[in-house]
Every structure is written in C-alpha cells, then in structure tokens.
Design a protein around this ligand. Structure first.
Ligand code: GDP
Length: 347
C-alpha cells in the first residue's frame, strides 16, 4: 500500500516535470527561431532567397517551406491568403522582389512598383492574419534620399528627395517598411525591416539589360578577354561610389537578426566600405585577367553619386561582414563560369 502511494507520488511529480519541460520548449519556440520552426522563404530561387535557404539548411533548419513563382504568384492576394492559411508558417523571410540594375529600374518603372507593392502587401497582411511569430522584410539602400549625408544612417529615411532612376522601386520598398511598422503599431506584430546595400553573389543576374553593375562587369570583362577585345564599354563616368556585399554574407546577417533583433527601426546591412565604379572596374578586370582598356559610356546614367551605409547599429548588435570584395568577386566569377552565360560568351 505504502509502495503504491510512493509510486503514485513519483508519477505525479514526473507528470508535473514533463508539463513544465513542454511549457518551456513551447515558450522557447515562441521566443526565437529554432530547428523545429516552420520557416517560409519567399523568393528562394533568387540570389538572396537561395543564400538564406543555404544558410538555414547549413545550420540544420529542416522545416522550410518553399514555393516557386509558378506555384505561387505572390502578387495574387487570394493565392497568398490560401497559402498562408494552409501552411501556417511561424517565421517568414521576405526575399521575393522584382529587382534590377539602373537601366531596368528606370525602364520598367510600372513593373517595379506594382510587383513589389503587391508582393509586400499580400505577404505582410497574410502574416498578420495567420499569426506569424516573426517576419523579416528585406529592402534596399536606395530607400535613402539621393543627397543624404554619408554614411547613410537609419534615421535618414524620408528626409529628402529620392534618386529618380530607381524611385518606383524605392517607393515600393519604403511602403514595405511602413507596412511592417504599421502592423507592429496596430497589431503588435514582430515584423522587422533590414536594408542591404548593393548585393552580388551566387546565381546573380548576368543579363546586361537588367543586371546590376558587378555581374555586368564580370560578364563584359570575361567576354572581352576571351574574344580579345581592345576595350570594354562601362556605363557612366566611373565616379559614383557603391558598397558591395556578398549575398551569403547578407544571409548570415539575416539569420543573426532573425534571432537577435526585435525593434521597429530598420537595420542597415553592409560592409561599411565603398569604392568608385572606376575602381571596381579595375578590380574586376584584374581578377579576370583582362589586359585591354576601359571606355566610359557617358550616354548611360550614373545614378546616385554615393550610397554607403552606416553599419554601426548592426556592429553594435554583434554582426560584421566576413567576405572581402576581392574574395567575393573571385567566388562570383567562378560561379559565372559554371553558368549558361559563360557558354553564351564562348558561342
Ligand atoms: P544602382 O546602384 O541602383 O545605381 O545600380 P547599378 O548596379 O545598376 O549601377 C551602379 C553604377 O554602375 C551606376 O553608376 C551605373 O551607371 C554603373 N555601371 C557601369 N557599367 C554598368 C553596367 O554595365 N551595368 C550596370 N547596371 N551599371 C553599370
């Protein structure tokens, strides 16, 4: 009888102990992303989304939800609403966007503003409706005023006129930041905004009509080298300055911020170092081993004179970029050589 009572008492403690453990596991699940979390990466086929996907998988996250744009058109409100209701993700990385370089941005203004506004509105609203624990919105350094003091600090947002060549895109990205802030204020959602500088990396866009400068120059110098061209045409004057971050570095920063940052104010992500387009062209040309000349095409726009991010906030949180520009260009060039674009160059 006594033994039975002791057993009963022990099993009672065991049940209480188990309940406490389950409670703490649930609590920690709600507080921060962990290997059990259900994570949706919007735009996982893009350069940034695929880098985030690689970073998550490398750390052992396995409950990752992915949809290609043909499986889920993020501009379609009902499709996005149904997807979120069915999948109920806990964490969302918003890396889906219509993006492009200076020429694409000024040529396809309607696509850039419409696609990005629809994608952001649908995902952010559905994340609130379906109680997403935390969402990270990815913007761009072009949200800052064209002539803002350098380096660009987070509070400079909306303090002046934007650069006209990417105004539609910038307005859409500013709307994304304001959506996150508004849902935080009104509904207490943990939606954060991260502003990366100019990016490059694996799986970049090498189409010269729509690409950014760094992949464009990799392709141009490579083609000029293998076809023995005496000079390479580079757009603008070469004087504007830009900062470049390797996309896998950005992905590491995103994972860091998803676990360590919960405030309303946006956070810049960059290297804190910039260089002129002329210096970049020389660097890429020497890494590729091109021995000809550079010819500047001043019929093409320079865009904003400078957009160096102030990364002191991110550094004070404890994150710093680790891939140098030279290392990054070498990695990107090796990736380019494996792509279909390199085959096109040979043809
Ligand atoms: P931005 O940072 O939004 O201006 O975007 P880009 O990466 O497209 O352009 C950055 C700078 O590089 C601008 O001053 C461009 O004129 C210059 N640039 C030089 N050559 C090229 C090129 O072949 N493609 C692109 N996209 N930009 C180039």
């Amino acid at each position: 009888m006594d033994i039975g009572y002791e057993q009963l008492t022990l099993s009672k403690y065991y049940v209480i102990f188990k309940i406490i453990i389950i409670y703490f596991i649930k609590l920690s699940d709600e507080i921060s992303m962990n290997l059990r979390s259900k994570i949706y990466i919007a735009g996982h086929r893009g350069m940034v989304g695929s880098a985030i996907c690689r970073a998550l998988k490398a750390r052992g996250y396995h409950h990752i939800i992915l949809r290609t744009s043909s499986e889920l058109d993020l501009r379609n409100q009902q499709a996005v609403a149904d997807f979120f209701a069915n999948e109920e993700p806990e964490y969302v990385f918003m890396a889906a966007a219509t993006v492009g370089g200076i020429l694409a941005n000024s040529t396809y203004r309607a696509n850039f503003i419409y696609d990005n506004l629809m994608i952001e509105t649908n995902i952010i609203h559905s994340s609130w409706v379906n109680n997403v624990t935390k969402l990270m919105f990815l913007g761009s350094s072009c949200i800052y005023p064209k002539l803002a003091p350098q380096p660009l600090k987070e509070p400079y947002l909306l303090t002046g006129e934007l650069e006209p060549s990417n105004e539609s895109y910038a307005i859409a990205k500013i709307a994304g930041i304001k959506l996150c802030e508004s849902y935080r204020d009104q509904y207490d959602c943990n939606f954060i905004s991260v502003m990366p500088t100019n990016l490059y990396g694996y799986g970049d866009n090498y189409d010269l009509k729509t690409s950014h400068v760094l992949p464009a120059l990799i392709r141009k110098f490579h083609e000029a080298k293998i076809t023995n061209q005496p000079f390479v045409k580079v757009w603008g004057t070469g004087k504007p300055k830009r900062e470049f971050l390797f996309a896998d570095d950005l992905a590491n920063a995103c994972l860091f911020l998803m676990s360590n940052y919960n405030d309303k104010e946006l956070v810049n992500v960059g290297t804190g170092v910039d260089l002129s387009i002329g210096e970049l062209a020389n660097e890429i040309s020497s890494i590729i081993g091109y021995e000809g000349q550079i010819s500047w095409d001043s019929s093409k726009p320079d865009g904003t004179p400078r957009k160096l991010l102030d990364v002191s906030k991110l550094r004070s949180l404890g994150w710093k970029s680790s891939v140098s520009l030279q290392q990054g260009i070498r990695l990107a060039y090796a990736d380019f050589l494996k792509s279909a674009y390199a085959e096109l160059s040979v043809a």
